[in-house]
Structures are given as C-alpha cells and as structure tokens.
Design a protein around this ligand. Sequence first.
Ligand code: SF4
Ligand code: SF4
Length: 367
Amino acid sequence: MEDVYIARAGAHGIKRNTEHKLRALCEAAGLSSAVSENDLTAVKVHFGERGNDAFVNPMHVASVAAEVQTIGAKPFVTDTNTLYVGGRRNAADNLETAAKHGFTWPVLSCPVLIADGLKGTNFREVEVYGKHFEHVKVASDIVSADSMVVISHFKGHEVAGFGGALKNLGMGYAASEGKREQHTTRPLLLPEKCITCGACINACPEFCISIEGPSIAIDTDRCIGCLMCMNTCPQHAIDLDWQDDGVVFVEWMIEYAAGAVANKTGKVFYINFLTNITPHCDCTPWNDTPFVPDIGILASRDPVALDKACYDLVNNAEGVHGTLLPDHHHAGEEKFTRVWPGTNPELQFTIAEEMGLGRREYRLKEI
Ligand code: SF4
Ligand code: SF4
C-alpha cells in the first residue's frame, strides 16, 4: 500500500497558502529521496493550449522548482510538442504559449525548454515490451534528465475518462511521433444526429471535415485522431468505437507512460493538483465549468496510487449542478463515466499495474 499525501483546499492563514502546502507535501512525500544534489531535474507540466486557463498556475510550479533547487539540483520546466495545429505544435510556438501563460524565467527562476526539440523529432526509443509496443518514442530531454517531478492537473478526459499523472507521463512525455502512434483512434460519425452546424469543421486542426449533403464527411486519411470534433459537437454526433478504440487508446498511453520512467527507478516524484476539475483535457482551447469543487493538492512516489486517490476523492465529492455532469451529483457516485459515457477510467489502473508502474492501493495522509 502506497502513501499519498494531501493538502486540502482552503486556507485560514499564511501557513496554509499554496507555497507552504507544496513545501510540506514535498517534505512529507519524499522529494529529497527522488531528487539528488547536482541532478538535472525535469519538472514536467502542461503549458495549456491557447484559450485554456485551467492548467497549473506557474507560480505553483515555481514553488516546486524552488524545492528542487533547495536540494542542490538544477530544475528545468518542460513540456512537449503537440500533434495538432494550435499554439504548441513546434518549440517556437510552444515557448511563446508558455510565456503567454506565465511560464518564464522571471516567474519560475529556472529555464523552460521543449523536451522533444524544435519540431518534435528529438526522441529516444525506449524498450517497454508491452502488448502493443516493443519500443516507445520518448522525448530526448526526458530520457536524459537525471530525475523528474511530474506536476499534473487532474481533470476529465474524453477517451481515458480522466487525465492525471499517468496521462501526463504517457501522452505528455511522448515526442510528436509517439503521440501520433497513440492517436490512431478515429472519430465515428453518427449522421442521423448531425444538424450540419459546422462546429466540428471550425474545430478540426487538420481541415479534414466538410459538409456533404445532410451531414458531414471526415477525410480519414488526413485525420490525426485528436478528437477535437468529438469534444466540440453539441449534438453528440461524433463518437468513438468504445469497445476497441477506447481500450486500445488507454493501453497505448500506459505503455508510453512505462517508457517515460523506464530509466528512472526511484527518481520520480509526482504532484497532482485536484483543483479546477474541468471535464476536458488542458489540450482543448477552452475550459468548461468544474464539475466538482476544488479538493486539494496531492503528492506521492507512486503515480498509480496517486491517480487512484484523486479518482476516489472526485467521486466522493458532491457534484456541481449545471455542469457537464448530468446526474450522480451525490458524494460517492461515480462521476467520470457520467461526464464521458463510454469511458472506463479504472482501466488506467489495471494496465498501469500490469506494466509495473505502481499499485492502486493507497493510504491517504493529511498534511
Ligand atoms: S459539430 Fe456535430 S452537429 Fe455540428 S456539423 Fe459537426 S457533427 Fe454535425
Ligand atoms: S479527430 Fe476530428 S478534429 Fe481531429 S483531425 Fe480528425 S476529424 Fe479533425
């Protein structure tokens, strides 16, 4: 059973501000056991797509980087390039977005770099020997780092059910080519529901949707499987083949997560922000109303136990009415499959345990 530490949301004094909470979490959960003096430490975050402001506040990332510096290590804040056209497809755009979102030296007091290079082609093949991949393509500077602090915003995800530390490892550490390997899912059109409103056409980064007759057509040769169209459609006329695509997506993602930490046994520390718990991933260029209130910040050395604790805390919270959560508002009712029908959030824990990433049993400790 793994220890997961939580600093609850809310504060009634300076000792409970976020900086103090993060310091206490780093101490209690053992940051200094994962990070050593003189390490080059990758502090992995999600900069947030342009238009999204639900990502972890860079001031809080700065507090964690300062803890790394206190140990005598050298932190650098990092993320990778995206597959889709947006504000983060290459390092030039990505760094510009990072700066606009506050991830700059004056805020962080440490460098910011894009771990898979200018065009997402800097990766190393890492052996995983999973069900689908023998090797995965992990961003070079992640593999080169001596230790890692993985800072994740825990929220919903349209295919995986939720996104937390495991998704940050799996999708977030993959170089662009690795993300392409994980996005071979394709949208499934339900033409009888389509009202040809055009929202998906405007959302598609690859311009591969057009109106044809009473519905739309998707050019699957050009489609990159980003599912922005599914996220956007107000009629739920775009879906996935959940039996196959949903399961395989999670399997690919977790195999990539195993690759991200393959050369760092005992050298990774995880922090999840269970705040601003939005339905969508921070890759969407917007963020909807949180469907449960803020819960707190959690830290652990085990990403599986950490994500499971966050998953349980969300389900045990009271849901917020008037959000994407249509029912199951009572504490104790499962929420993610109500926000994203068809997903199987628990699958992440099962596959992560099979891949040796950690264990889902946890002991929650308050700080
Ligand atoms: S967003 Fe949905 S309803 Fe609108 S055109 Fe696309 S598939 Fe049809
Ligand atoms: S998944 Fe949808 S939005 Fe993304 S590229 Fe394919 S058609 Fe376009």
